[in-house]
Ligand binder design. Structure first.
Ligand code: CP
Length: 412
């Protein structure tokens, strides 16, 4: 937790509170994961690395069922009663459109009531209350805390706070990390995986380009398999500070025989950072780092060999004082998508972006939006379904959803 340890001012109480958890935060993810589960069920959602392929498949299957039930009147009524006795706090002290609203919509689909703190100047934090006291207060009134913060390890520390409270017989609720500094955004990675799961089923024309259904595709791509394994994934843009990239790369590392190609400017801030590189190497993931979408790797330009492309913007909110002037001197154009580049991509390869895209930087010009491979708006909607599935899993009603779904559809 070097960012916390290396403070250059008198530490605030929040920083001191975080230091209290430092030794637990500094452990490898695989050691920490069991503490994020209770009774073999997901309890807190903090890292991408806590999800196995089986868990991802289960969540995707539940999301599909919620999505289908939401199209039926009795399905909607069933879902609305599932968690009507639960309340969620959305504690978002960093800006958000998609994550905040899709979590709220997911809660509403399952009948949960929500409240929010988005602007800490309206809460007692302005009177000097620490974030940890605020979180404990939220846990007194709500059954779940979904939180976004610029502090990288705050959500993780709050999960340990909740575990300690539970161990001492106090009230404790699940914590969901909805984005922590430049560190992790695990629920974004869940919706990214869900979008890839649906794209690589090659069944629904809305999820994969209509002219490219599986059997047709196999004529041009005889080795193409369904599913996420064995595919080449390109990540392009601000790889160093993209928390969604970090979480999604951790999840993709679960799948057999994947190749991750990181396309970023040759700059220590923007290119792949050592910790993620080390983590992926330790997991045996095949990785390539290049500076341009057109760079040739093993005889083929990257843009022509990827099975899915994950674009990101330059994360200006993490800029230090000299970054803007420094980045202005770099040629960032090799990390921007154009219609001509899209024309060279595989005909089935989805283009994802966690959004927001940056209209000034222009990493994905709007002229690409009509291309059937442009999946980013659908991807954002998928966030609502997978987050509803996640809530259902945390509160243990996912099996009820399965049973109801099978009853309703057995004669269809
Ligand atoms: N993708 C994402 O996290 O978007 P928001 O910042 O709008 O929530």
């Amino acid at each position: 937790m070097s960012s916390q340890s290396a403070v250059d001012h008198a530490p605030t109480q929040d920083e001191l509170d975080l230091l209290h958890y430092e030794s637990r935060i500094d452990r490898p993810v695989r050691i920490k994961v069991p503490e994020l589960h209770r009774d073999e069920r997901l309890r807190h959602v903090i890292f991408g690395g806590q999800f196995s392929v089986d868990m991802l498949e289960d969540l995707g299957a539940t999301a599909d069922k919620i999505r289908a039930l939401s199209r039926m009147r009795n399905g909607q009524d069933f879902l609305l009663h599932l968690l009507h006795h639960k309340r969620a706090m959305l504690y978002f002290t960093q800006p958000s459109t998609r994550t905040f609203l899709s979590f709220m919509a997911a809660c509403q689909i399952l009948g949960m009531t929500c409240n929010e703190v988005r602007d800490p100047t309206t809460s007692s934090e302005t009177k000097g209350e620490t974030r940890f006291d605020s979180i404990r207060m939220f846990s007194s009134y709500f059954d779940l805390i979904i939180m976004r913060s610029k502090l990288p390890s705050l959500a993780e520390a709050c999960a340990y706070l909740m575990n300690d409270l539970a161990d001492s017989g106090n009230r404790s609720v699940p914590i969901v990390n909805a984005g922590s500094g430049a560190d992790e955004h695990p629920t974004q990675a869940l919706l990214d995986i869900y979008t890839l799961q649906r794209s690589f089923q090659f069944t629904d024309p809305k999820d994969s380009p209509i002219s490219n259904r599986y059997n047709n595709l196999r004529q041009n791509f005889p080795n193409l398999m369904k599913g996420l394994a064995g595919k080449v994934y390109g990540f392009c843009g601000d790889i160093g500070r993209g928390r969604t990239v970090r979480s999604l790369a951790s999840l993709l590392a679960n799948y057999q025989d994947v190749t991750l190609i990181f396309i970023a400017p040759n700059d220590p801030t923007l290119s792949l950072h050592d910790d993620l590189r080390r983590r992926l190497v330790n997991r045996g993931v095949r990785m390539v780092e290049v500076e341009s979408l057109e760079e040739v790797v093993e005889g083929m330009p990257v843009i022509e060999q990827i099975d899915a492309l994950y674009m990101t913007r330059i994360q200006k909110e993490h800029n230090g004082p000299s970054d803007e002037a420094h980045f202005a001197e770099l040629d960032l154009s090799p990390c921007k998508l154009t219609r001509e580049l899209v024309a060279r991509m595989k005909s089935y390869a989805p283009i994802l972006h966690p959004f927001p895209r940056d209209q000034r930087f222009g990493e994905i010009p709007t002229e690409i939006d009509d291309d059937p491979r442009a999946m980013y708006f659908r991807q954002a909607r998928n966030g609502m379904w997978i987050r509803a599935a996640l809530l259902a899993s945390i509160f243990g009603v996912d099996h009820q959803i399965s049973r109801f779904f099978h009853e309703e559809t057995k004669n269809v």
